[in-house]
Design a protein around this ligand. Structure first.
Ligand SMILES: Nc1ncnc2c1ncn2[C@@H]1O[C@H](COP(=O)(O)OP(=O)(O)OP(=O)(O)O)[C@@H](O)[C@H]1O
Length: 213
C-alpha cells in the first residue's frame, strides 16, 4: 500500500471579515492519527472541509500525495472517506440502497460482501433493508462510518465521529480506527477527550487566530 500525505501550506480562512484561522502549515502522513481540537466555532469543521476540498481556503493550499504522486482534486473522492455531521443520507432509501447508489455515483464497484461485513461490524446488519427515515441518530452515525470506509480510502477524515454513539458504538469506532491505523491516514476533528486520546499529534486551532499584526 502506498503512503498518503496531506500538506497544508499557509492555510488561511475568513468568512466575510471574520478570521477563522491563519497561517496553518502542517504535514500529515499515513500511519498516524491526527487530532484537530478547539472550542465551538474555532474552525474544526471548516478545516476538515477544506482538506476534503468541499470548500476553498481564503489563502494557501492543500496538497494530497499518494506515494509521491500529487492527486488531482477531481479524483480526490476516491481517496477520502469522510464522516461529518454535514453529511446527509437519503432518508427514503434503505441502508443497502444508500450504499449501492453512493458507490454508483462514485463510480466504484459495490462490494456486497464488504458492505455486509461493515454493516455487521457496526451492528446494523439486521436493519440494512429498513429505510433510513426510521433510523435512530446513533444508527445513522454508524451508517456514516460504513459510507466512509466502503471504498477502502487512504485518508479517513472524522468530524465529531462519536457524536450520538453509545458506549459499544464508540468502542467499535475506536477498534476500527485502531485496526487501520498503520496503513491509513486519520484526521479527527473533535472535542471529545476519548476521541483525541487516539491521536499522536493534536492541532489546537486556538493557536491560529492571530491576524499577523
Ligand atoms: N458557511 C459559513 N458562513 C459564514 N460563517 C461560517 C460558515 N461556516 C462556518 N462559519 C463560521 O466559521 C467559524 C468556524 O465554524 P466551524 O463550524 O468550523 O467550527 P467548529 O470548531 O467545527 O465548531 P463546533 O465545535 O461548534 O462544531 C464559526 O464562527 C462559524 O460561525
Amino acid at each position: 500500500m502506498n503512503s498518503y500525505s496531506v500538506i497544508l501550506e499557509n492555510l488561511v480562512k475568513y468568512f466575510g471579515r471574520r478570521l477563522v484561522f491563519n497561517g496553518i502549515d502542517r504535514r500529515f502522513d499515513s500511519g498516524n492519527i491526527y487530532g484537530v481540537a478547539g472550542p465551538n466555532g474555532s474552525g474544526k469543521s471548516t478545516i476538515v472541509k477544506i482538506i476534503a476540498n468541499l470548500i476553498s481556503p481564503t489563502k494557501g493550499k492543500v496538497i494530497h500525495l499518494h506515494g509521491d504522486k500529487k492527486i488531482n482534486y477531481e479524483h480526490l473522492h476516491n481517496y477520502i472517506g469522510f464522516v461529518s455531521p454535514y453529511l446527509f443520507l437519503y432518508d427514503e432509501f434503505t441502508a443497502r440502497e444508500n450504499l449501492l447508489y453512493f458507490s454508483k455515483i462514485r463510480g466504484i464497484d459495490y462490494d456486497e460482501e464488504y458492505a455486509n461485513f461493515l454493516l455487521s461490524e457496526l451492528n446494523i446488519y439486521k436493519r440494512k433493508d429498513d429505510v433510513i427515515r426510521g433510523y435512530s441518530s446513533g444508527m445513522k452515525q454508524r451508517l456514516k462510518f460504513i459510507f466512509a470506509l466502503i471504498h477502502n480510502p487512504s485518508l479517513v477524515i472524522l468530524d465529531e465521529p462519536t457524536s450520538n454513539l453509545d458506549t459499544p458504538g464508540k468502542e467499535k469506532v475506536y477498534e476500527i480506527i485502531d485496526k487501520n491505523r498503520n496503513d491509513k491516514l486519520f484526521i479527527i476533528a473533535s472535542n471529545e477527550e476519548s476521541d483525541l486520546s487516539l491521536c499522536g499529534e493534536i492541532i489546537n486551532l486556538e493557536n491560529f487566530k492571530n491576524n499577523g499584526i
